[in-house]
Design a protein around this ligand. Structure first.
Ligand code: CA
Ligand code: CA
Ligand code: CA
Ligand code: CA
Length: 315
């Protein structure tokens, strides 16, 4: 019996929880441990940036003056407009193409062209017969812009011819055509050498010429001569109205004719004067490039081979 009582005591002892000093006091203890908080700070109204310019505040930091010393000589380069070592010329932004003749149309790359050199005077070259031209470049519905030079005299002309002579018996025949073309920028010395047909190509003053053509089964056109070699010029051909002509090309001395956008302006530029290439080299007679101031350049400075030693004559 004693043993049983002991067990009971032990069981009671193990199952009984020792009470905390004060169960309800735990809340009170936490509160008591919290430090005193400072009184809330009044932050005032929020600062709203309404975008008002704030004055620049001079914070007054003195920057030390830096002595950069004497200017340092910079090396010259081609295109700086200063003639440097190894350069034959340097015109700065004016360095560029030196080609005597270039052809351009809006939105297309500029191409270098040369005149077609022939033995005939321009009137004979045009060979106006049966109300038509017979240069050999005529074709149905095709307009040719030809830059032509007579070999013996060096006379430079702009020839324009559209259509083809029906009397040649070639088919198809040139359909009925109406063509209005204006030229502007023609140097004052130039004049109409041939009009196909008479009166249809004429000077209207101020460097302007106009062609007003109607033709059926043949050609219309003409020639403007003599364009100066010794001054720069820029001639624009503007096609205003056309029926019966649908294609155009430029014919020069470079071999293959240059196809043109028929209705777009055609600008032929002649360059001359003191010229400097993009690589700061001067154009030279005999370098094979027809430069401003030259009438020919066959790649040598020998005469009697079609281009004289000074690039001024076709002999
Ligand atoms: Ca330079
Ligand atoms: Ca005619
Ligand atoms: Ca040359
Ligand atoms: Ca030569």
């Amino acid at each position: 019996m004693r043993a049983i009582r002991l067990s009971l005591v032990l069981l009671v002892g193990c199952g009984a929880r020792t009470p905390l000093a004060d169960e309800d006091a735990s809340v009170t203890l936490v509160d008591a441990a919290r430090p005193d908080r400072p009184a809330p700070v009044d932050l005032g109204a929020p600062i709203i940036d309404v975008g008002v310019d704030r004055p620049v505040v001079d914070v007054g930091v003195d920057r030390p003056a830096v002595d950069l010393g004497a200017p340092v000589d910079r090396p010259s380069f081609c295109g700086d407009g200063v003639l440097g070592g190894g350069e034959e010329c340097d015109f700065g932004a004016d360095n560029g193409p030196t080609d005597a003749f270039t052809l351009s149309q809006p939105g297309r790359p500029t191409v270098v062209v040369r005149p077609l050199v022939g033995p005939l005077g321009v009137v004979a070259f045009y060979r106006y017969e049966s109300a038509s031209a017979h240069t050999g470049f005529e074709d149905v519905s095709l307009a040719n812009h030809i830059l032509y030079v007579e070999r013996s005299t060096g006379t430079l002309s702009l020839v324009y011819v559209a259509g083809r002579d029906g009397d040649l018996g070639l088919m198809p025949e040139q359909p009925d055509a109406t063509l209005h073309v204006n030229w502007s920028g023609v140097p004052g010395a130039a004049s109409v050498a041939v009009s196909d047909d008479p009166g249809e190509l004429q000077s209207i003053g101020g460097g302007r010429f106009e062609g007003r053509w109607s033709f059926q089964g043949n050609t219309d056109g003409g020639a403007i001569s003599a364009l100066p070699w010794d001054q720069p010029w820029r001639i624009t051909a503007q096609t205003l109205r056309t029926d019966g002509v649908t294609r155009a090309r430029f014919v020069g001395g470079n071999g293959t004719p240059v196809s043109l956008v028929f209705r777009d302006d055609v600008v032929l530029t002649h360059r001359v004067g003191d010229l400097c290439r993009e690589d700061c080299r001067r154009p030279r007679c005999g370098d094979g490039q027809l430069d401003g101031g030259e009438r020919c350049d066959d790649g040598n400075i020998a005469g009697g081979d079609g281009c004289s030693s000074d690039c001024q004559r076709f002999n």
